[in-house]
Ligand binder design. Sequence first.
Ligand code: ADP
Length: 500
Amino acid sequence: MSNDLNDNIYLHALDSANSGIIITDNLLPDNPIIYCNKAFEKITGYSHNEIIGHNCRFLQAQDRMQEEREFIKNAVKNGEQCRVEIRNYRKNGTLFWNELIISPVIKSDGTVTHFIGVQNDITDRKKSENELREEKASVDKKILERTKELQDNEAFLSSIIQTVRESLLVLDADYKVLSANTHFLNSFKVTQEDTVGRILFELGNHQWDIEALKVLLTKILPTNNPVIDFEVEHDFPYIGKKIMLVNAYRIEFEGQYKDRILIAIEDITDKKEIDRRKDDFLSIASHELKTPLTTIKGLVQLLQRMKPENSSEKFTATLDKASVHVDRLNNLISELLDTSKIQSGNIEIHKEPFDIDKALRDTVDSLTVATPEYEIILKSDTNASILGDELQISQVINNLISNAIKYSPDSKKIEVHGNRVGNFVKVSVTDYGMGISAQDQTKIFERFFRARDIQKKFPGMGIGLYICHEIIASHDGTLWVESEIGSGSTFNFTLPIINS
Ligand code: ADP
């Protein structure tokens, strides 16, 4: 094969390559390009004629300040191979990234005669690399911001925890104390070292090592059920006998951790003592009031009986009025006494079977006589017998109907229904009066609660429903209300039947 033919084949091969290939002559001044293949023309947009004879630097156009140029220069100077990624410009001025590998052709005497440059347009790769870099930078920035936000949040939370006037502990899933706030340390007169890192049940003289509390705490994490108002009465080290109210919740912090328990401990010793004194006072005061009142009641009755034949109507009416007011006072004091008895657990229940239909009828009859302007409709033929204290259940019925009357001044219809519901009797008292807001409905069975807007308009002490609730509960029933403001209320209670 002749040399010419060989050359032809090689040139053909070079022209078929995808990479741009040039050859420069190192022995000529300024190292000009003496050969370029087709791919080089395609990549740069210049034609063969515009390329041959030029130094490669024309590809950088005005973008001269690239450090890669130095690498190339040094490689050419030292006759070495080098690989750079350099910004080049096409004939139309557009930028392309060129991956350039230059290799020297060295004669046997060591002279560098030529350089061969192989180029690949890596603009697309560079673009995605850049995008990737930018994305990473933005993710990094976001992570930084988020971390700072979390740190700020944590600092914010911890400052709240430290400032709050309640003792707080944070536990891990094994009940080990992770942190205790200042209020806890001050209240229990302990140090961080006494507390943090130790198991809750081993703190102090094992004051929290209570089986019932343990059972509740073990349910928090798996069920998310908080511990609400668990009372602990104990002789604590350093601070003595105290009553503490424990509340515990599972806490989660923005997906960072979830199996933590926050324990809030409130010292209710003083509050309990005040409540006890208040109850004692109520009980003593109502006892003391009851005695002279019973005497007054007796004396008024005596006067009514001794009333002279020819006494004026005014005299009789005044005496009757006195009797009504004495009865009212007597009822109020009885309610107060009942409350304090319930509070101290001293209420007596005399359970005997009785007929609930009759109890309802008797109470409705007497209230119909007392308030003839109201229409009290009774429907009850349950034929059910209840084992309970008839007097107390009648008191409940009386209270509910009296409330229905009191709180529906503009609507005179009241319905009282008794029905059998399974093994229970369900009694409902419905009025079409002022109704009770949803918010108040949760509170009306508490002691001394009265809806704010009625306080001035209607007399009362806010203990009737409390007593009713306790009486029904002690008869294994439930008392509840359904109501809508402006439309009226229905109070319901259930009692178990004995002859079902
Ligand atoms: P009192 O009637 O002495 O205030 P209760 O314990 O019987 O005390 O009732 C508590 C509160 O519940 C009342 O103050 C009133 O706000 C509300 N309430 C009770 N019954 C009714 C009713 N039938 N309709 C509207 N509100 C009622």
